[in-house]
Design a protein around this ligand. Structure first.
Ligand SMILES: NC(=O)c1ccc[n+]([C@@H]2O[C@H](COP(=O)([O-])OP(=O)(O)OC[C@H]3O[C@@H](n4cnc5c(N)ncnc54)[C@H](O)[C@@H]3O)[C@@H](O)[C@H]2O)c1
Length: 254
């Protein structure tokens, strides 16, 4: 099936794994966006023969509304449709309750940015399109020093449910994925920060973290990409407004 797929946050982690999954199919046209264009382009160049799809890379800050408006104006001249939108770009800055700077930063990128891209993409989306948003297990739970991140990820879940209702008459599905403990640069960065605070080595903090996980392992970003691929498939046409957790059981175990 020939489809155009737009992925934000495609330079690293989950977004990159999603791009890699879709890129194996020659009938796909991928439009990859990231703040870090050099890293995105480096990865695409490294893939050589692996990528079968037609791939385009663009520098984009999803939190910059005028910039995103200009991008979609340009895109509308180049593509007829965006069949699948995957919103993976996000940041995980912690914030103390008094810290308004990081509150605004995280809400701007994770919540506003995700909605800007989605809203601007809608005029290009055909009936039966697919929207897949990366929330988090923290879209259900709370965590210390994470009011902004938790609010942004709870917000994505709410936005997903409401938009799914708006778009259901057009058979466009909108779903959220709620990951936790996915082995990406974001997780490695968080663990490094925790190691520094606790005065532990990276290995010690990794060992301690894995002990807390029911499966004693991190989840690979390719496993999240497989979930995205399912939600984007024709077989998932009846799945909408859902929050699908991929966390190795950590959110429901003791
Ligand atoms: N890794 C995990 O365990 C985990 C857990 C829960 C939720 N998530 C969510 O999954 C998504 C992907 O996370 P990841 O672990 O792959 O993160 P990552 O940091 O490894 O990759 C995120 C990508 O988004 C890009 N990005 C950040 N801000 C941007 C902006 N303003 N505009 C455009 N691109 C921007 C970054 O450059 C990077 O390439 C995020 O929304 C994150 O909150 C991840």
């Amino acid at each position: 099936m020939s489809r155009t797929i737009l992925i934000t946050g495609a330079a690293k982690g989950i977004g990159r794994a999603v791009a890699e999954n879709f890129a194996a199919d020659a009938s796909h046209r991928l439009i990859l966006l990231d703040l870090d264009l050099p890293e995105l382009q480096r990865w695409v160049d490294e893939q050589h023969g692996q990528i079968k799809a037609r791939v385009e890379t663009h520098a984009a800050n999803i939190a910059d509304l005028p910039g995103m408006e200009a991008f979609f104006k340009m895109l509308a001249k180049q593509v007829d449709y965006v069949d699948v939108l995957v919103n993976s770009a996000g940041i995980c800055n912690e914030n103390e309750p008094e810290d308004l700077h990081n509150w605004h930063k995280v809400i701007s990128v994770n919540l506003n940015g995700t909605f800007y891209v989605t809203s601007l993409c809608l005029p290009l989306m055909p009936d039966r399109g697919r929207i897949i948003n990366m929330s988090s297990i923290l879209g259900r739970a709370g965590k210390v020093r994470n009011t902004a991140y938790c609010a942004s990820k709870h917000g994505i879940v709410g936005m997903t449910k409401a938009l799914a209702m708006d778009l259901a008459p057009r058979l466009i599905t909108v779903n959220a994925i709620l990951p936790a403990w996915i082995d990406t640069p974001m997780l490695q960065g968080e663990l490094a920060a925790q190691a520094a605070i606790a005065g532990l080595t990276q290995e010690q903090i990794l060992r301690n973290a894995k002990k807390k996980l029911p499966m004693r392992r991190f989840i690979q970003s390719e496993e999240v990409a497989a979930m995205v691929r399912y939600l984007a498939s024709p077989e998932a046409g009846g799945v909408t407004a859902q929050s699908l957790v991929i966390d190795g059981g950590v959110g429901l175990g003791m």
